[in-house]
Design a protein around this ligand. Structure first.
Ligand SMILES: [Zn+2]
Length: 393
């Protein structure tokens, strides 16, 4: 005669290691992977901070996304300790994990003991549908999506780089997109600036970008700055943003932006393009090098796109803009390794990517000092730009 369900559970619980919530609380974040195996509705009502969510029904297919190392220490929990014991048994017995435990009493006992809970921002049914493919990724999931919806990202320019970046960040659900651009849409822009359309030629780029974003995703609030970024307005505009996407085409603004963002501690995802070549890096103040560490003096003037009209392959800003958008999503959600201290070079004709290490300059005039010591007068110091361009011939 087959044993009853209750008997099977009792037997399995005897085989599985069980740990007390006190022990779990003590080791939170210390190399222990904590996994919540409950259903999504239960997870959304509150879970243990730092836990990953792998519902028991998806255990076999998603556990490797949460912890691929078979010998890593894993603690599972559910509501009462029963489902997590069964899941622990599955991990050890069928999937070859060697160091798995189930938390006694589940999150019910955890709460009774007064330990902390994290309650994620609740997504609406429409948002669950819209961002469903993000929710399936363990690295993003509902918390990552909530971070995206709460994020404020500032785009410098709604041009070649800003267009694809803005569209994809809007599609990904970045809740607030600021756009700085004082230009109008021009026919010659449309070869690459895909956020604009032929019928909007002559209208301000910030308005055109706002219209495209609104049509794509009503979750996104667009904040428009139809101005040119300069020393008089930069601090006021950039303050409060979580990440800045730099697609500006002139070096003086790049230096000014660098100095202001180091002062405020805001990471910058920076890209530039010329001809068939693009480059990309993430400048995260005091965590990696800044723009001045990379270019203590401006690059040769003949490489300055703003000195004159240079050719650019129309699809190239698409490639570089989407690499920027990817770095933004990683910085906001904490997924992956951002391109900090690395410079990525893309050469479209040869279809090659090259990565260079960039180190912090201990003598850097800006980022080697405490942020609050950087004065207004020091920001954006740059040689005479007309003389600089003239030197390019
Ligand atoms: Zn620096």
């Amino acid at each position: 005669m087959s044993p009853s369900g209750a008997e099977v559970i009792r037997q399995i619980k005897q085989q599985v290691e069980e740990v007390d919530p006190a022990e779990v609380s003590e080791h939170l974040g210390n190399g222990v992977t904590l996994i919540d195996v409950r259903e999504s509705e239960e997870w959304d009502r509150g879970h243990i901070p730092g836990a990953k969510h792998v519902p028991r029904g998806y255990l076999e297919s998603r556990i490797e996304g949460a912890q691929p190392d078979r010998d890593a220490r894993i603690v599972l929990y559910c509501a009462s300790g029963q489902r997590s014991a069964l899941a622990a048994h599955t991990l050890e017995d069928l999937l070859g994990y060697t160091n798995v435990a189930s938390m006694t009493g589940g999150i019910t006992l955890w709460k009774d003991r007064g330990y902390k809970l994290e309650v994620p921002r609740a997504l609406t049914p429409q948002q669950r549908d819209r961002y469903g493919r993000h929710l399936l990724l363990p690295e993003i999931g509902p918390e990552g999506q909530a971070k995206l919806l709460d994020a404020k990202v500032l785009l410098l320019g709604a041009g070649g780089l800003g267009s694809p970046t803005a569209l994809y960040l809007a599609a990904a659900g970045v809740g607030t997109l600021g756009i700085v651009d004082d230009d109008d849409v021009d026919l010659s822009n449309l070869q690459r600036q895909i956020i604009h359309t032929t019928d909007r030629i002559g209208t301000p780029k910030v308005d055109s970008a706002e219209a495209s974003i609104a049509a794509l995703n009503p979750d996104v609030t667009v904040v428009k700055y139809p101005v040119r970024l300069d020393a008089s307005n930069i601090m006021e505009i950039i303050e409060g943003y979580d990440v800045i996407v730099d697609g500006v085409d002139n070096f003086p603004t790049r230096y000014l932006l660098n100095d202001a963002t180091v002062r405020l501690g805001i990471p910058v995802v920076s890209a530039s393009i010329l001809g068939f070549d693009g480059q990309l890096s993430v400048f995260k103040p005091h965590d990696g090098p800044c723009y001045r560490c990379l270019y203590p003096v401006p690059p040769p003037a003949e490489l300055a796109p703003s000195c004159g009209a240079n050719g650019v392959l129309g699809v190239l800003p698409g490639t570089m803009g989407l690499l920027q958008a990817t770095e933004v999503v990683k910085l906001v959600t904490g997924a992956g390794e951002p391109l900090v201290g690395r410079l990525l070079l893309y050469e479209a004709l040869g279809a090659s990517f090259t990565e260079l290490k960039v180190r912090r300059d201990p003598e850097c005039p800006i980022c080697s000092r405490p942020a609050d010591e950087i004065s207004d007068a020091e920001m954006g110091v740059f040689p005479d730009y007309e003389a600089f361009c003239a030197a390019a011939g």
